[in-house]
Design a protein around this ligand. Sequence first.
Ligand SMILES: Nc1ncnc2c1ncn2[C@@H]1O[C@H](COP(=O)(O)OP(=O)(O)OP(=O)(O)O)[C@@H](O)[C@H]1O
Ligand SMILES: [Mg+2]
Length: 207
Amino acid sequence: MQTPLMIGIAGGSGSGKTTIARKIQERCTDLAITIFQLDHYYRDLAHLEPAAREKVNFDHPDALEMELLASHVEQLAMGKAIDRPTYEFASHTRSSKVARLDPVDVIIVDGIFALYSPEIRKHLNCAIFVDVSDDVRFIRRLRRDVDERGRTNEGVIKQYLSTVKPMHDQFVAPTKHQADLVVHWDHFNDRTIDMLAKMIKSSIRRP
Ligand SMILES: Nc1ncnc2c1ncn2[C@@H]1O[C@H](COP(=O)(O)OP(=O)(O)OP(=O)(O)O)[C@@H](O)[C@H]1O
Ligand SMILES: [Mg+2]
């Protein structure tokens, strides 16, 4: 059985991980690439009252069901299909729907904690960290949360200072040292995408 190329993309919230993963996918249309988003592995908070769910620290690695996540990453790395949970952000609960992820050529593991757990890292062929300064990431997050998620400036600032920033500094930023490649993404940089796409294409050898 052919096993996929496993690529991890970590970096702080708003660094551009998902944008980079999508651009790689657009550049490699001849390959089957799955973007595997860690966000779907947030713990199901259905047992809590809605008000209590809002108070959970979603920026701490314990907010994710790491064991299930690691076992799914392992199965994918072995070239097996998985049934990925589906997370509903609005209610902080796991949907009854699962998404079948079939074997592909390349799996891109996308999430702030993609390089955090050794149980995930050991399955990666290439570990990337997207390094973008805190102010740029904060501005992107502020715009996204206000424009697309109906949040207030004050609410976004409060969450950033209380959990996003301290958890980033403690758990996400140090994983830069686990990366094989550190990429800058302050601006859209086509050369970065070109290089990553070439690396991926040359790593996939078809019989
Ligand atoms: N190079 C860039 N220059 C300007 N804006 C960008 C750039 N890359 C991404 N963005 C924008 O910044 C926002 C965050 O990007 P993206 O969603 O890719 O980040 P992320 O790292 O996946 O964040 P999260 O961890 O919160 O999922 C988006 O609105 C995106 O369009
Ligand atoms: Mg993202």
